[in-house]
Design a protein around this ligand. Structure first.
Ligand code: GLU
Length: 484
């Protein structure tokens, strides 16, 4: 088998992506500078915040298939104004330094925005995971972990990786296990990475978290009358036509929850190798089963051999949920959906952003929209440090209290609740209930903060600028109390 080992990833796209993030940053700084009195931001401090603090490039050899393969990986630390720094590790052939730095910067802004006390970081390995068996991937991942550990780039109090494109629970479990082998007496070793399986120190609800966060973000948006009006859409998600680009972990969960819980109609799913169209709404569970069994979307009812041009299809909501820069000045003018929510990191270039704004499209930006993942990572990290499952102490006490209350009501009213209703009513909160509650609260509270900022000044052009302004103000204030 011929194994592709690209040596530098897609550098051009990485440069473009980094430039886009920096332009977004500068735009927000421009508006903050107009209101100088309400922040501590000087131009030199803004410049210090914007640039990555450090980026580590590592090459390491792994003996596989009777020869030594050299892999190239990165871990960038964008800002360590809070530690540990946090962010995923991506396995993809297009990984490159600029991309990793852009993604690390986004992590800084994201964590600050949702008040998760981490700095921003990101890592990547230039690899096509599909080219390797699980055993080989495990060996590669363990070697990468050793290299990161040498420089504290995986460490419970310094730098905590998580899943990203091309990685998941399995890779995080290998990383955690390797770290524990290197530091067997470290009581906090499990907290060296998040997104682990529940059986290996993970938390209920982490896998679905980013997709569920998208649903909560849309719920918050639709509850904001003033913002919804700007799209011309009618109230309520029920029946809204949705295009999903990318049915990976994030796209799948967002599509599933929006269709099952909110009644939205997923009319288009765009994937590698084609798309599915069904104006009545695609059955996401069945489609996912089909992909798992056959390895592609081909053969599923509604299959069509079309690609990115379907981003321009008629719909109410467009959800790019795969990679960066899928909407650029090439196609932005033709996008029809009035509302776009960025489930992926950086799917819209800064030029495209301008075109979409000019065409009155509303964009719920990545640094807010997909922050559900890192929010639940934060809960997992706390769980690992405290070494107790959320809800373990209070669940039965809560159930006993609720039972007494129900019994009291029955005694006073001389009426009986049905057994089924009673069972539902007295159910104490499981870890999953608490995680979802914390995530929903984070997404809703944060939306209100961004929206208030946006609507407070008619010159602030969009939600992205408002979100960046909130985020940068907080980072600047942390920096100035650090006394640099
Ligand atoms: N990779 C995810 C992101 O881009 C999760 C990061 C984390 O949980 O640390 O937000």
């Amino acid at each position: 088998m011929c194994v592709k080992l690209s040596a530098g990833g897609n550098k051009m796209a990485g440069k473009e992506f980094l430039k886009s993030i920096e332009l977004n940053f500068k735009q927000a700084v421009k508006f903050l500078n107009i209101n100088k009195t309400e922040n501590n931001l000087t131009d030199d401090l803004a410049d210090q915040i914007m640039k990555a603090n450090s980026t580590y490039l590592v090459r390491f050899g792994v003996r596989l298939r009777n020869k030594v393969f050299t892999f190239q990986g990165y871990r960038s630390v964008h800002s360590d104004h809070f530690e540990p720094v946090k962010g995923g590790i991506r396995y993809d052939l297009d990984v490159n330094q600029e991309e990793v730095e852009a993604l690390a910067a986004l992590m800084t802004y994201k964590c600050s925005l949702v008040e998760v006390p981490f700095g921003g970081s990101k890592g990547g390995l230039i690899i096509d995971p599909k080219e390797w068996s699980a055993k080989e991937l495990e060996k590669i991942t363990r070697r990468f972990t050793q290299e990161l550990a040498k420089r504290d780039l995986i460490h419970p109090s310094q730098n905590v990786p998580a899943p990203d494109v091309g990685t998941g629970e399995r890779e995080m479990a290998w990383m955690a296990d390797e770290y524990r082998r290197l530091y067997p007496t470290d009581l906090n070793a499990w907290a060296c990475v998040t997104g682990k399986p529940v059986s290996k120190g993970g938390i209920a609800g982490r896998t679905e978290a980013t997709g569920r966060g998208i649903k909560y973000a849309l719920n918050a948006f639709f509850d904001s009358k003033i913002d919804l009006e700007k799209t011309g859409l009618s109230p309520g998600l029920n029946g809204k036509r949705v295009i999903i680009q990318g049915l990976g972990n994030v796209g799948y969960h967002a599509a599933l929850f929006l269709s099952q819980e909110d009644g939205a109609k997923i009319t288009h799913v765009l994937e590698r190798g084609g798309a599915i169209i069904n104006e009545k709404g695609i059955d996401i569970l069945r489609l996912r089963d089909h992909i798992v069994q056959s390895g592609s979307i081909e053969g599923f009812p509604g299959f069509i051999d079309k690609g990115p041009e379907l981003l321009e299809a008629d719909a109410d909501i467009l959800i790019p949920a795969a990679m960066e820069l899928v909407i650029t000045d090439e196609n932005a003018e033709r996008i029809k959906a009035p509302l776009i929510i960025e489930a992926a990191n950086g799917p819209i270039s800064s030029n495209a952003d301008k075109i979409l704004n000019k065409n009155n499209k509303i964009i719920i930006p990545d640094l807010y929209a997909n922050a559900g993942g890192v929010t639940v990572s934060y809960f997992e990290w706390i769980k690992n440090l405290s070494r107790i499952r959320f809800g373990r102490l209070q669940r039965r006490a809560q159930e006993n209290q609720l039972s007494s209350l129900i019994n009291g009501i029955e005694t006073i009213t001389k009426e009986k609740f049905s057994d089924e209703f009673k069972k539902e009513l007295v159910k104490g909160d499981s870890e999953l209930d608490l995680v979802r509650s914390g995530l929903e609260d984070t997404m809703r509270t944060t939306y209100d903060v961004i929206s208030t900022r946006w609507n407070s000044d008619k010159n602030i052009p969009d939600l992205r600028t408002a979100a960046m302004m909130v985020s940068i103000t907080r980072i600047a204030s942390t920096y100035s109390t650090l006394g640099i």
